[in-house]
Structures are given as C-alpha cells and as structure tokens.
Design a protein around this ligand. Structure first.
Ligand SMILES: [Fe+2]
Length: 337
C-alpha cells in the first residue's frame, strides 16, 4: 500500500475485509501518514469489500480530533451531530462530529437483546437473520444516504459479547440466482427511521402510526446499489427496525408484515447474512473499524450491560452516494416543516 501501510486482506475465510497497520505508529502517526497519502485508506476499503480494521488506535481516545481527521479522508462531509438534531447526551462534548454509543451515563443506551434461542441448532453463535436481528445500513432512511462509518472501541467488553457483525452485500448479491437477480432488478426498498411507528413490531401490534413530518418520510432506496467507486453491485436493505412495514418494505409490492414485499425482503436478508458472508468483530480497546454502508450491512449484539461498561465513538461520512442521487436535496433537512 502507498504511505508505508500494510494491508492484510481477509477478515473472513472468504476474503471479506482487511486489516491495515503502520509499523511502530500510534494513532497520531497513523493519521499523519494517512493524510500524507489521502487515497490509500479509501482505496484499501474499496479493495477489501467495504470493511477495514485498524488496530492500535487507542490514542484517539485522548485526542478525539484524530478520529475526525481520519474520517475526513473518506469523503467530503463528516456529519456534525449538533446540526442534525441528535440528543446532546449522545454527542462528544469537544468534537460534535463524534456520536457516542454507550450503556453508561450520559448516554445510557441499552444494547440489543440476545437472540432467541441464543445459539444456533448446531450450538454456534448466530449471525443469520431472522435469528440474528438488527441488520442495517446506517441512516438508510435518508436520501442521499451516507457512505462510510468509522467506529472506535474506546472501552470495550470481553470477547464473546458486544461484537459487531458485518455482511458482505456485494458477495451476497453476486451469489444470487440469475432468476432472483432479474426479479429484484429495479425494485426499491422503503426505508424509515425506527422510532416512527412503522417498525415491523409496531405494525404487527396494530399500534396507530403517528403522522410524519416531511423530514421523516420513508425514503425509496434501490434494493441493488451500484457502488460509485468499484462499480460493483450490492444488496442494499435493512430489516424489521429500519424499513417501512406499513407501506413497504418493498415499494410497489403487497405491503405489510405478511405481504409479498415482506417475503422477498426476508428471503434476501436471510441470504445476505449467511455465515459465509459475515465477519464477526470481537472488540479490543483501540480497534477502529471502518465500513462502507453502500455495500455492507452490519448489526450490533448483546452484551452484559449490568456488569460491563462499553464506550464507542462513531463518525459518519457522506458525499459520494452515486449518480442516482446527483443533485438531490437532503431529505432530512427539508425546509417545509
Ligand atoms: Fe449502525
């Protein structure tokens, strides 16, 4: 790699993801080297299918602007959460481009539930939908959607809990049958934020969905996205918590949790999250994981929030969603409200 970095490809046996290191470098040296060769890390991310692990970045916890500087290499816009309405307790007090994911004060966010049952029939850690839930691409309810997320393990929990799972949506698309590829060509999913009464559970329970502000409306996104850098096609979808289960989840197909759209989405999600496409990241403090939301899905997992404290920092980078979105105003900042 340019810049003296070393790239070890293949976080999974199938070759998905990669690990980038710079011999002898702490976080400050790593970021300076990355800035000196600004194309190197984005190129590595694209080459590895959209997931990069950079271990040893614990120094960022003492110098949070280093995470922001590294984030800026992945695109023109790094979201400032103070400007986009995030609750103040979830925003880093010094660097508002960092949002804090944590179970301890002041954030107090509850981790996902354990799968039910907790293990697969073979006694293994479950990754596949629907036993594993929560698969999504970040902020897919926005148009244009973001490109890349960076996630730093500041304080992590023991191995075996609090993992982050990543699915290779490019490989999953390529593995579809020709018939399925033809069937989903041109279809759009209908995405919406989870807190707006249109999650699958809310619709199944018959809870009346509240009226939506213009900035909250469900957004159509292609079920198959062409990556603007690699040109490769990938499945682009979420599941129960981030699709519109009232009018969707697939635009133009029979809606609702028992409709034809739901059957198609659930089949694709189960396909995409097969073990062969999934990387399970067990966190070590100082790990930085970077993922491309345009061609990967991810899911958080349970950890023992009663006894463990977890602090993670996230940034979100956007600005290159692909030609489909050219010239679009930001759906979440519409002026009409
Ligand atoms: Fe996420």
């Amino acid at each position: 790699m340019d810049g003296g970095f070393t790239l070890a490809r293949g976080l999974t046996a199938g070759g998905f993801g990669g690990t980038v290191t710079l011999a002898g470098a702490g976080a400050a040296e790593f970021v300076a080297a990355a800035e000196a060769t600004p194309g190197a890390l984005p190129a590595a991310l694209a080459e590895c299918g959209g997931v990069l692990l950079i271990p040893g970045m614990g120094g960022m916890a003492e110098a949070p602007e280093l995470l922001l500087r590294l984030s800026r290499l992945f695109g023109p816009e790094v979201e400032n959460y103070r400007e986009t309405g995030m609750a103040p307790n979830m925003i880093h007090p010094e660097v508002p481009e960092i949002f804090v994911v944590s179970n301890i004060p002041p954030v107090c966010r509850t981790p996902p539930a354990m799968p039910d049952p907790p293990l697969t029939a073979e006694g293994k850690f479950p990754v596949q939908f629907p036993q594993r839930r929560g698969w999504h691409s970040d902020q897919s309810y926005r148009r244009p959607p973001p490109d890349v997320s960076l996630f730093l393990g500041v304080r992590t929990v023991p191995r075996g809990q609090g993992q982050t799972l990543f699915a290779d949506a490019t490989a999953a698309y390529e593995a579809l049958s020709p018939e399925m590829k033809a069937r989903i060509e041109g279809l759009d999913g209908l995405h919406i934020s989870g807190g707006l009464g249109r999650r699958r559970e809310a619709v199944l329970a018959g809870t009346p969905a509240p009226a939506l502000k213009p900035s909250q409306l469900p957004q159509r996104q292609p079920l198959v996205r062409e990556h603007p850098v690699t040109g490769k096609r990938a499945l682009y979808m979420c599941e129960y918590g981030q699709m519109d289960w009232l009018e969707g989840p697939i635009f133009g197909m029979e809606p609702g949790p028992h409709g034809e759209g739901a059957k198609l989405l659930e089949a694709l999600m189960a396909h995409c999250t097969q073990e062969r496409f999934v990387y399970v990241h067990e966190w070590t403090p100082g790990d930085l994981v970077i993922w491309d939301n345009r061609c990967t899905l991810h899911a958080a997992t349970w950890f023992d929030a009663e006894h463990e404290a977890r602090v993670m920092w996230r940034t979100t980078v956007s600005g290159n969603p692909g030609a489909l979105y050219a010239g679009e105003a930001k759906s979440w900042l519409v002026a009409a409200e």
